[in-house]
Design a protein around this ligand. Structure first.
Ligand code: PA5
Length: 425
């Protein structure tokens, strides 16, 4: 299970400390499904449900794609792509031998990004996994039409065999198209919102195609969710949720999530959506931002150390590295680095992380550490479950509905009106 270390935040707490009684009430509302947005809490049972239903079909489809294609184009935006991208970049930052490349499209309206992806795809054999719960989101719909045309040019009347849809079980444009053209369909469950859907087919199919062992992910997630049901201040999800809420109450309105693994970058993007969409409403919310250490210490480090004291910092640390590299000794020591010789670079990184923590805390930045044993399938599952449960508890603690996102409609209305969509006002 994930461990949370609050020792770098304690000096910023009130004397009463984090409000675990409120965390307990929030957890109870989540577990009893009687809080705001309760009908979107199906993610709490999702891993077991997927294991009992679609998991075999997801793995079989991924194997088929891996056997025949060098690439998978995943078309989706927001919760319909960030989790898969986070997982793939975290666990498979470099595709292994025989692993298809996974391209992510439909998350932008940039024509250059579209053309660059088409160029990178070249003459590779490819499949398309289009993912949209509503089926009406403009960005993926635009990309999908274009990639359907590319498939038709490449595969002629076999093009439909290369399309896999992940969408609502019964409704929507994408579901109707899938039924019309016979594309195999996977389900975005009714009771799971996009940003909580990574452990459904939404995340699992692209992950399996990339060569991630999704059975391990799901088994670990089942165990993790059981462990996170602990009703006690020992629960790391309570600790994280209650600490953030306490710090927010004291004026720390921005949370930066950092990690010392560059491969964590898209997990941080996933986390930003999870927390930003869940908590930023009714005039409330902690603004989620992210940094990549040590790189950003040379760009954002100054601001973190001495800028306005409204930042809290949460650092994800992996206890063990996946590999090692002892730093070499050099007879002449011309670069003066022999004081590091013989130490593993992972140890140098750990020391750097401790030094940064000490500096930031003494500079007035509360520091929370979220520690995961390893950057592997189990570690990924642990992080996802931990962040999801903590997000729901934190949202309920701040009296918002953590499962809706009414604010994202505003720009869409304007855009459809300006583009002249029939019926748009
Ligand atoms: O979390 C959410 O609900 C959103 O990010 C959606 O996932 C995103 O807007 C894409 O929606 P859809 O899957 O309906 O295309």
């Amino acid at each position: 299970m994930v461990k949370v270390d609050l020792s770098g935040a304690r000096q910023f707490f009130t004397t009463a400390g984090p409000d675990y009684a409120a965390a307990a009430r929030a957890h109870q509302r989540l577990a009893e499904k009687n809080g705001l947005g309760y009908d979107f809490t199906g993610w709490t049972e999702l891993p077991q449900r997927i294991k009992d239903t679609e998991l075999d079909a997801i793995v079989a489809t991924a194997e088929k794609i891996r056997a025949r294609s060098q690439a998978l184009v995943v078309i989706g935006i927001g919760g319909s792509y960030l989790g898969a991208r986070g997982a793939i970049e975290l666990l498979k930052p470099m595709p292994g031998k025989g692993d298809p490349r996974v391209f992510f499209m439909g998350n932008t309206l940039s024509v250059d990004a579209l053309n660059d992806t088409i160029a990178a795809l070249g003459d590779m054999d490819f499949d398309v996994n289009v993912i949209s719960k509503s089926g009406t989101t403009l960005e993926p719909a635009v990309s999908f039409r274009i990639f359907r045309e590319l498939l038709a040019k490449k595969y002629g009347d076999k093009a439909n065999d290369h399309i896999f849809a992940t969408t609502d079980a019964k409704r929507g444009v994408l579901k109707s198209l899938a039924d019309k053209y016979g594309w195999p369909c996977f389900v975005v469950p009714d009771d799971v919102g996009g940003r909580f859907s990574v452990l459904s087919a939404v995340g699992l199919l692209p992950m399996a195609v990339a060569g991630i062992d999704v059975r391990k992910v799901i088994d670990a997630a089942i165990e993790e969710l059981k462990a996170l049901d602990l009703r006690s201040p020992e629960n790391p999800a309570w600790q994280y949720a209650a600490a953030r809420q306490q710090l927010y109450g004291k004026g720390y309105g921005i949370e930066i999530l950092g990690c010392y693994e560059p491969s964590f970058r898209f997990m941080a993007e996933w986390w930003k959506q999870l927390y930003g969409e869940s908590e930023g409403k009714d005039g409330k919310g902690i603004f989620p931002a992210s940094v990549e250490f040590t790189a950003d210490l040379h760009s954002m480090g100054q601001f973190i150390q001495q800028g306005p004291r409204t930042l809290m910092e949460s650092i994800v640390r992996f206890t063990e590295s996946r590999s090692s590299f002892p730093f070499p000794v050099e007879a002449e020591d011309a670069d003066g680095l022999n004081y590091l010789a013989g130490r593993d670079i992972s140890e140098v990184c750990r020391v750097a992380a401790d030094a940064v923590r000490e500096a930031h805390v003494s500079g007035g930045v509360p520091n929370l550490v979220i520690e995961v044993p390893k950057r592997d399938e189990e570690g990924f599952a642990a992080l996802v479950c931990f962040f999801e449960v903590a997000c729901a508890i934190s949202g309920y603690m701040s009296q918002v509905n953590p499962f809706d996102q009414p604010g994202v409609e505003a720009y869409k209305k304007n855009m459809f009106r300006m583009l002249g969509k029939p019926g748009a006002k």
